[in-house]
Structure formats: structure tokens, C-alpha cells
Design a protein around this ligand. Structure first.
Ligand SMILES: [Zn+2]
Length: 411
């Protein structure tokens, strides 16, 4: 079995080892197993290290793209390519230091944060997730308030500022039981690896951690959301917290600039804008209705009656479907015996056919026939139908033809 160097020193970024075996994981990517390694494999919520493996007596520098733990416990170092690697070769391993430091900050920050929620509100953490951008813990609780989140953030950052020592030690399961651990994992192994944040938290964990809480830098809590089992709290630590705050500030500053206001006044300004836009929308709707009513009166006045009916055809190039629908309603409700065949050629083109209640035609059927000719989809009831024609060139003559047919029918 491989010796886990990272169990004893999280700051070991370089090491020498021997290739025990070559293995192909399921995806058939090349991978090696070493007799000892400082590469951390994905486990316990923490994601894997990356880095390089340098076979001795060659100039190759092989990229380690992923590190996983196989079901039998072997650690696989997945390589971009495995040239000049074979069983028995001596290698030098290099860990990607920036990535490892970031993981240590996130993971150690999680220990402190989880302990803060227990100390303050007795809310245990049931799982931890580390993502490429942010991390989260799931708390076992039905209620979580903004005040609790803020209080946990304050306490966690106090512990960071106090720069408490973080130490690692191995104990037996019996010893662990007498030590008052936050939780004991259901592992079958006899030895437990304990992470001790001095006088604040003690828990069994296999991950890589800082050696003093000050190295976490800071802990920033962000989104919280209700999940099926409890509450999820998103957080970022250290340099990620700085990058996240920088990004948030950029977004806020741009929003403030667009509103010509201080960033702290952005919500107030947005509320004002929302209110104003509601008022403008309402007054626009009102004006359109008035316009439709006036236009309907004019069309009814200038259209002569034939056979007891008025057939009104109009194509409006600069109005939309909403307006021609309003107009059709006004025309057919303001007066009995009206048939309105309306169209608009503005993008997207639209047709509305309507008749006053009690008229004999079938607007839905006529619309289907019209669309069979012009292309597009639509339909409706006996008295009102709408459609979206795809060919607008033939729209006006087609409406004129239909009107002629209806007149003939009425005559
Ligand atoms: Zn840990």
C-alpha cells in the first residue's frame, strides 16, 4: 500500500517515490500507483491535488491531472501521458502549490465554520462540498436565520484572527470516544486521524489543513438555501474570499454606475425604477385602449354597410398583435354585424379575425384556411381567431380576397 505523506505534513509539496504499478482507470486514462505520495486524492469532501511527476534520468515532466482513490484503497495518479514511466522507475513528485493552499484554506475554514455553528446554535454539519468556485456545508436543521449566519461568520473569523494552532494526531477508537469529538466517522480502521483546532474544535478527518487558523485568511458566508434535509450554507475562504468580494464589488459598482448612485443605494434605486416602470406600463396600456376605441369608431363610421353587415379589413404596418386584438374587440363589441379582418406586418407579423356575436361565419376555420395559404400557425373560436403568418408579401391581397368572398356570401 502507498504511504500517505499528506497525513503527516500538509505543507510537503515535493517528494521522491517509486512507481509500484501502472493502472488504467475505467476511462482508460494512464495512471500510476506510487509507494509513497503527497498527492491528495478526492475524499471527504475535499477535491484532489494536481501537479507533476518527473521520472528520474529523463527530461519528462508529466502532468498529474487528477488523483483518485480506487475501491481497494490504492491511490491513482492520472497522467496526461505515461511516457518513460514503468514499474520500478524512481520519480520526483511536485504538487501544484497554489491549488493545495487554496484547498487547505477552504477545508480548514470549513472545520472552523462547522464548529462555530455547533458552539453557537448546536447545528451539526452533515456534509461538506468543495467546488471549483465556492464551498458549502449542509446543516441539520429546519430553521436558519440571517442573524445566525452572521453570528457564525463573526465567531469563525474571530477564531481565524486568534491564529489558533491546528495540529494533527492519531488515536485509537477508544481514545477518540473519551475526547469529545464533534463526530466520530463510521470507519472500520482502528486508528483515527484527529484535527485539533486548539481549544475550539476536534474532529476526525483525512484532509489537508493549515497549521494555524490565521492561514485561513478569512471566512465569507454567502448564499443560504433550504434543502430537503436541512439548510445549505455557501462560503469561501482566504484568497477565494478576496476574489469573490472583488467580483461582487465590480458587479455592484457597475450597477451603481448605471443608476448614477452610490452602491449602497442600488436596492433603493431599483425599487424606485420598478415602481416607475409599473406606472409607465399601466398608462401605456390605458392609452392603447383609448386609441383602439377611437380608431374603431372611425373605421365603423367610414365603412359602408352591405347586406346588414360591415366588413372591415385593415393591415397596420406599425402595430403589434396586442393592439390589433384590442381593435378587433372594440370593433365587434361596439357594434353588431361587424366582421373585422386585421393584420400587422411589423415583426412578428400577426392576423386577427373577429365577428360580432351572432354572426354566421367561423373565424377559427377562416384563419386556418388563411394560414394554409400564408404559412404559419394559429386558430381560435367561432367569433375570434389569431395567427402568425410566415409569408407577409401576400397578406394584403389575401385579406381583400377573403373580404370579397364574405361580401358575396352575405349578398
Ligand atoms: Zn478536514
Amino acid at each position: 500500500m502507498t504511504e500517505h505523506l499528506y497525513y503527516h505534513d500538509s505543507f510537503l509539496y515535493e517528494f521522491d517515490a517509486e512507481v509500484l504499478d501502472l493502472a488504467s482507470p475505467a476511462e482508460s486514462r494512464p495512471a500510476v500507483i506510487l509507494d509513497r505520495t503527497a498527492f491528495y486524492p478526492t475524499s471527504g469532501g475535499q477535491i484532489f491535488d494536481t501537479g507533476w511527476i518527473l521520472p528520474s534520468q529523463t527530461s519528462s515532466k508529466l502532468r498529474v491531472t487528477e488523483v483518485t482513490e480506487r475501491e481497494d484503497g490504492q491511490i491513482l495518479h492520472v497522467l496526461e501521458n505515461a511516457e518513460s514511466i514503468h514499474k520500478g522507475v524512481r520519480v520526483h513528485g511536485l504538487i501544484d502549490v497554489d491549488r493545495r493552499r487554496d484547498h487547505m484554506q477552504q477545508h480548514s475554514g470549513q472545520h472552523v465554520l462547522s464548529a462555530a455553528f455547533v458552539r453557537l446554535f448546536n447545528l451539526p454539519t452533515v456534509s461538506f462540498h468543495m467546488g471549483a468556485e465556492s464551498c458549502s456545508i449542509d446543516l441539520e436543521t429546519n430553521h436558519l436565520t440571517g442573524g445566525q449566519v452572521e453570528a457564525a461568520e463573526v465567531l469563525a473569523n474571530d477564531v481565524v484572527m486568534q491564529n489558533r494552532a491546528v495540529s494533527t494526531r492519531f488515536v485509537t477508537r477508544e481514545e477518540a470516544q473519551s475526547l469529545g469529538l464533534r463526530k466520530i466517522p463510521p470507519l472500520e480502521s482502528d486508528k483515527l486521524r484527529l484535527i485539533d483546532v486548539h481549544d475550539f474544535d476536534l474532529i476526525a478527518c483525512g484532509g489537508t489543513h493549515v497549521s494555524a487558523t490565521g492561514q485561513i485568511g478569512c471566512i465569507l458566508l454567502r448564499k443560504t438555501e433550504k434543502t430537503r434535509q436541512g439548510w445549505r450554507v455557501e462560503f469561501v475562504c482566504g484568497k477565494r474570499a478576496v476574489a469573490t468580494a472583488r467580483h461582487d464589488y465590480g458587479v455592484l459598482a457597475e450597477s451603481g454606475g448605471l443608476l448614477s448612485s452610490h452602491i449602497w443605494d442600488v436596492p433603493q434605486q431599483l425599487r424606485k425604477l420598478q415602481q416607475e416602470s409599473r406606472v409607465v406600463r399601466k398608462s401605456g396600456e390605458h392609452l392603447l385602449e383609448e386609441l383602439a376605441a377611437l380608431y374603431a369608431s372611425r373605421l365603423l363610421a367610414e365603412t359602408p354597410e352591405s347586406g346588414g353587415r360591415k366588413i372591415i379589413i385593415r393591415t397596420l404596418p406599425d402595430r403589434d398583435l396586442t393592439f390589433i386584438k384590442l381593435l378587433a374587440q372594440r370593433l365587434t363589441r361596439q357594434s353588431a354585424g361587424v366582421i373585422a379582418l386585421l393584420g400587422t406586418t411589423s415583426e412578428p407579423a400577426a392576423l386577427v379575425f373577429a365577428q360580432s356575436p351572432g354572426q354566421q361565419f367561423d373565424m377559427g376555420g377562416l384563419m386556418k384556411e388563411m394560414l394554409a395559404r400564408l404559412g404559419g400557425r394559429g386558430g381560435g373560436s367561432k367569433d375570434m381567431a389569431q395567427g402568425g403568418p410566415t409569408r407577409i408579401e401576400g397578406l394584403e391581397p389575401a385579406l381583400a380576397e377573403l373580404a370579397a368572398q364574405l361580401r358575396e356570401h352575405s349578398g
